[in-house]
Structure formats: structure tokens, C-alpha cells
Design a protein around this ligand. Structure first.
Ligand SMILES: [Zn+2]
Length: 663
């Protein structure tokens, strides 16, 4: 008796290990075909998970159901489905699956032929069942999109997980009518699968854009390296550098002590594409033209998104000017989604690296299962700030030391609503309900959102931790420059493209939200080159458009045409922000997004004007939380600010964006 149990165990274990390997193979192929990215370390971790869970599942099936080849193949496939459907504490989908999956296995065994034996039969049935499950499910419900709800409902999911293996077995059976040899059938199925992958697969290209140009002008002797670091989605008032109570940015503070620190910097935009385009061109969004398309009529489609104009090739970027003046130019961006080269921000870079990090599409079942216990496992699809800094420094090392470099770095941690790794998770974990909240998706584009005070505190603590994690990489970057003897003579700018709303005014996230201070007030630290450069705090308002004139001014290079910013530290231009309508937000989240916005600051006042005729006037001195709209009480001031806004030439109001694209 024990001998038979031992034999069952051994067969179950062997089958489970092979099944785990099949899961890994099929899901890796799907990941490639659907445009995911994965590195060797992640692949090895997922393989370990698959083998461990497959082995456990195989033993379970062998002990409880049977050890026939087809029974093991379909039994382990049911275990594969169970990994996907398991979501504690609920038992709704799980219960349905527990009822239907055994029925599916019985039907599958009858369909495949109970009499089939041996390793080949096991492998073939497991392969067709798992491949049908993964590709069927991904094709039907999990094609990843930015906006669509990608999660199928519980009932749909269960039906797919039970039905797809049957469909796979049925197809194989149909093929069996014309091709009786199982070995040849397996060969044919593998060949057809590989062919289909290569024909329909849409793998993501991840290689950097390499377009080095011959030097036109050699750089001036002693020309400084220029380092521009963009902290994506970072609001100034959550950095200890600007007085925030949590110590979120000690490394930026250290740099700021040796630099000019602008406490009143404002982004002219509230999301990635227009913010970075302003940073790189010195123009406001309505002039550089890289922003939401405004209307749903004939928009360009980029990376599957019908919503944004890229930066046009005729706009001159900082990288282009510096390259013309002998610089080697390298861009290293973590925001692979919105700084992808198709958005035009790679102009002028010899080397533009916009690869994602580990991005699982679709998420393997074993990873899903493991995420129930470790909610952060493989949840960061972009490269870390640490990776970005190290990659940029490595590229710099590969360059001829005599030539100055322009490094443009974009890091993305605060963009991500997720508990950061230790020790940066301490603020989040000390929240009362942290364990439950870290398993819930609280982010939404929907307005209004209704975060409870506990949820808002948790989201804020998470956001703060991500800033601290990113700040550590600022320290690594500065230390790396110092170690290479390239700190003192470097011109270093650290800033952000926009901030993030964390539940204020019942809004979270950025892009299309009302342009409150959480979105526009950004950090800006500028260290000029040389030993006796200017230092200190500057409390006058400045903007991202001032970066290009500042850098070029320090080098004695004239601005290209069309620049609207001025050289820091003192600027005279109006402080403006602009946002067009995102038609996709309107389509998916309703009328609330159907308005363009413009902002003008006149300290302490701030006017927000929308294309729907709304006017919001705040006194930021008395009311930094923007709780009291003074527009009705101060119509004259509103009119005056509107006149000044018009005088800036800002035209970004719905329907008026056309001139920016007439060229
Ligand atoms: Zn951004």
C-alpha cells in the first residue's frame, strides 16, 4: 500500500514539475507576443514559482484524482486555473471554480481519450490545455490597455479557465481526425504555435535609440557637463527640502545647499508629455504643441493612445542645441509609457534609452497567486531610479572623457501607487489599516473619488515613501559624479514635470484634473558650474520653461527661436499653466474632464480659467489649500488676470489649439 502511495507521489511530483515548466514556457511566449518585458532574474524567479506550485499541484492531483497521463495533464491545468482565480478572502469565484473545474477535467479526459498513456500524452495535453488557457484568456479579456478595465468579472474568468483547456483539447482532437500520430501532431502544433507567434506577436522593442552624429562644433574648452534630472510626479510640498514634516528628500536637500533652490517653481502643465516638452524646449504647451489633442476628431494614435500630439520635429530641444555645440547627449527615462521616443522627446539625443523594466503581460498565474501574499511582487513595470542613475553614469563612462555630456534622466517612483520596499515603507506600514489597504487598488481616474481619511493617509504615506526611495538615487547620482571628478564643473538641474493629487478636492492622480497646487508646485534645484557659483534660496516664482535659457545662458549660447522662458535666477515673464482636453478621459470618465484649463499666478493670487467658463480665484497666501473660490467676490481681479492671461499669447482653450498645429 505504502509502495503505491509512494509511486503516486513520485508520478504526481514529476508531472507537476513538467507542468510548471509548461506554464512558464507558455506564459513567457505570451509575454513576448503581447509586448511585455522580462529580464533573466525575473524569468528565473517566475520559473521557481511555477516549478514549486506545479509540483505541489501535481502531487495533489495524483493523490486525490488519479495518475493517468491525461488526468494529470488536465488536473494540473485546473490547478493552474485555481492559482489565477484564488483571491482571499472571497469564496465566490473560487467556489464556482471548485464546482465547474472537476466537470471540465472529466469532460476533457473523455475528449482527449482516457486510454492515452505516457509522458508524450501528458506533455501534449498539458501544452494544448495551458496554451489555450493563456492565449485564449489574454486575447479575450486581458489585452492590456491604459484605460479599459482589464480585469474580467469573476464569472467570466471562471468560465474561461474551465472552458479554454477544453477548447484546446477539442482542437487537438479535431486535428487527430486527419493526423493520427500523436508525436507528429505535437510537432505540428508546436510549429503552428511558433509560426502564429511570429506572425501575430507584437514584441516590444526595448533597444535604445542610438543616433550619434558627427561633431559639428567642438565643445568650448572647460564646457560643463549638463545634468537634467526630472523627478516624475513629484510635488514640492511633500519634499523635506521644501519643509515637509517627513524626511523624504535628504539628498536633494544636500544638493540644494550647494545650489540655487527655487521654492516657488511651477510646472506649466500637469502631466508628463507637455511638462517634459516645456523642460526641453523652453516653451509653454500651447507653443511647443505636445499635449492632449483636445477633441476626438482625427487624433494621431501613438502607442495605441488616441490622445496626444507628440513634440514636432521642427521644435528645437536642449539636447539638439547642446549636441550642435559638441556635447554627447544621453537620455535615460523611466517613464517608458509617456517618454517613449514616439512622443518626440528623444530629439537631439545620441543615445535615448526608453526601455521599461519588468512588465508582465499578461501576469503569470503563479505571480498573481504570489501577489496575494506579497502585493508588490513584480508590480513596478519601469526601471528604478537606482537603475536609471547607474545606467546613465555607465553610459557617461563609455564616452570620451574630453567631451562634455548632457545627461537627461527621468525617474518615476512617486508615479506609482504602491508600498515601496523597506525601509521606505515605514510610513505606510505604520498606518492603522495598512495590511488591508496595500491590497486594494485605490487609484482611479474617476472624478470625484471618495477616499476615506484612512485611505488618504495611507496613499500619502506610500507616496512619501516613494519620494524617499527616489531621493536615495539622487544621492547615488551625485556621489557617482563626485567619484568621477565631474561634480564641481557640472551644471545640475533637479526638477519635476508635475505633481500628484492625493485625494484633495476629491481627486487623485494627474492629467486632466483641476489644476490645483498639488499638480503645479514642483521642486527646482539648480547647481551652476564652477567653485564659486551662486547658492541660496530664491522665493520668486519660476517655471520649467526657464531651464533651457538658463543652461544655454551659462554656456554663452543663444536661445533657439520661440523660447518663452528666461535665464534664472530672476525672470520677468508671467507664470502660466495650460491643459487641453483629453478625449479619452472624457470618453471613459465623463463630462467632468471635458474642459481645457489655463492658470495665471499673481502672488498671492491664482486664477484657473476653464473653457466651460468656470473661474476659480484663490488667495494662496491665506488659503494654500485652495478651499475658497473668490471669483464671485472679486470679479474685477478675475477680469484683470484674464486680460493678462490673454496677453501672454496662451491659446490653449478647447477648440483654439489649432494654430499650434497649423505648421
Ligand atoms: Zn509625469
Amino acid at each position: 500500500m505504502t509502495g503505491r502511495v509512494t509511486e503516486r507521489l513520485a508520478r504526481g511530483l514529476a508531472a507537476g514539475l513538467v507542468a510548471g515548466g509548461v506554464w512558464w514556457l507558455v506564459e513567457s511566449a505570451a509575454n513576448w507576443a503581447f509586448g511585455g518585458t522580462i529580464d533573466a532574474r525575473a524569468a528565473a524567479t517566475i520559473l521557481e514559482l511555477d516549478l514549486a506550485l506545479g509540483a505541489a499541484g501535481g502531487v495533489l492531483v495524483a493523490l486525490l484524482v488519479g495518475t493517468g497521463a491525461v488526468v494529470l495533464a488536465l488536473g494540473t491545468t485546473a490547478v493552474f486555473g485555481a492559482l489565477r482565480v484564488y483571491e482571499p478572502p472571497g469564496m465566490r469565484a473560487e467556489l464556482l471554480f471548485l464546482v465547474l473545474a472537476p466537470l471540465g477535467v472529466v469532460m476533457g479526459v473523455l475528449l482527449a481519450g482516457r486510454e492515452r498513456r505516457g509522458a508524450l500524452a501528458f506533455l501534449q495535453v498539458a501544452l494544448v490545455a495551458v496554451a489555450a488557457t493563456v492565449f485564449g484568456k489574454a486575447g479575450i479579456t486581458e489585452a492590456q490597455s491604459y484605460f479599459a478595465q482589464t480585469e474580467p468579472s469573476a464569472a467570466t474568468l471562471v468560465l474561461l479557465l474551465v472552458g479554454m483547456p477544453l477548447a484546446g483539447v477539442a482542437l487537438d482532437r479535431l486535428l487527430g481526425i486527419v493526423l493520427r500520430s500523436h508525436g507528429m501532431r505535437l510537432g505540428l502544433e508546436l510549429a503552428a504555435g511558433a509560426l502564429a507567434l511570429f506572425v501575430w506577436g507584437q514584441p516590444l522593442r526595448v533597444a535604445p535609440l542610438d543616433a550619434p552624429l558627427p561633431v559639428v562644433l567642438p565643445a568650448a574648452k572647460g564646457a560643463p557637463d549638463v545634468i537634467l534630472l526630472s523627478l516624475d510626479t513629484t510635488r514640492a510640498d511633500h519634499m523635506s527640502t521644501y519643509g515637509y514634516a517627513r524626511e523624504t528628500s535628504p539628498n536633494l536637500t544636500a544638493l540644494a545647499k550647494d545650489a540655487l533652490n527655487f521654492t516657488q517653481a511651477r510646472s506649466p502643465a500637469e502631466w508628463t508629455v507637455p511638462g517634459h516638452a516645456s523642460m526641453l524646449t523652453g516653451m509653454y504647451p500651447s507653443r511647443h504643441g505636445a499635449h492632449y489633442v483636445g477633441t476626438a476628431d482625427a487624433p494621431p494614435e501613438l502607442r495605441g493612445r488616441e490622445r496626444v500630439f507628440p513634440l514636432a520635429p521642427d521644435k528645437v530641444t536642449l539636447a539638439e542645441v547642446l549636441r550642435e555645440h559638441g556635447y554627447r547627449t544621453g537620455g535615460f527615462v523611466a517613464n517608458f509609457a509617456n517618454l517613449d521616443r514616439v512622443f518626440g522627446m528623444g530629439q537631439g539625443f545620441d543615445h535615448y534609452d526608453d526601455a521599461p523594466g519588468v512588465m508582465l503581460k499578461p501576469v503569470p498565474h503563479a505571480v498573481r497567486f504570489a501577489q496575494r501574499f506579497d502585493p508588490t511582487l513584480f508590480k513596478r513595470p519601469f526601471r528604478s531610479a537606482h537603475q536609471i542613475a547607474a545606467t546613465a553614469l555607465g553610459w557617461m563612462d563609455g564616452e570620451p572623457a574630453k567631451r562634455p555630456v548632457f545627461l537627461f534622466l527621468n525617474v518615476l517612483e512617486p508615479h506609482h501607487w504602491m508600498v515601496p520596499p523597506a525601509p521606505f515603507d515605514r510610513w505606510a506600514r505604520e498606518q492603522p489599516d495598512a495590511y488591508r489597504l496595500m491590497r486594494r487598488g485605490l487609484f482611479t481616474h474617476a472624478i470625484p473619488t471618495h477616499l476615506t481619511p484612512a485611505e488618504q493617509a495611507f496613499v500619502t504615506a506610500t507616496y512619501d515613501g516613494q519620494i524617499a526611495l527616489m531621493d536615495a538615487a539622487i544621492g547615488e547620482l551625485i556621489a557617482g559624479l563626485e567619484a568621477r571628478g565631474r561634480y564641481d564643473n557640472a551644471l545640475i538641474v533637479v526638477t519635476a514635470d508635475h505633481g500628484e493629487l492625493l485625494g484633495e478636492h476629491e481627486q487623485v492622480g494627474h492629467g486632466g484634473r483641476m489644476m490645483y497646487e498639488g499638480l503645479l508646485h514642483i521642486p527646482m534645484v539648480v547647481k551652476m558650474p564652477g567653485v564659486d557659483h551662486a547658492r541660496g534660496t530664491v522665493e520668486e516664482p519660476v517655471q520649467l520653461v526657464d531651464i533651457l535659457p538658463t543652461v544655454l545662458g551659462a554656456l554663452g549660447v543663444p536661445n533657439p527661436p520661440g523660447v518663452q522662458g528666461e535665464a534664472l535666477p530672476h525672470v520677468r515673464h508671467e507664470i502660466v499653466a495650460e491643459e487641453e482636453i483629453n478625449p479619452e478621459f472624457v470618453r471613459h470618465y465623463g463630462e467632468v474632464y471635458d474642459r481645457a484649463m489655463r492658470v495665471l499666478y499673481d502672488r498671492p493670487y491664482k486664477l484657473i480659467a476653464t473653457s466651460k467658463g468656470e473661474r476659480l480665484l484663490f488667495d494662496l497666501g491665506r488659503d494654500p489649500g485652495e478651499g475658497e473660490n473668490l471669483a464671485a467676490r472679486e470679479p474685477e481681479r478675475v477680469k484683470d488676470l484674464e486680460r493678462r492671461l490673454a496677453a501672454t499669447g496662451s491659446v490653449m482653450i478647447a477648440g483654439a489649439a489649432a494654430p499650434a498645429h497649423a505648421n
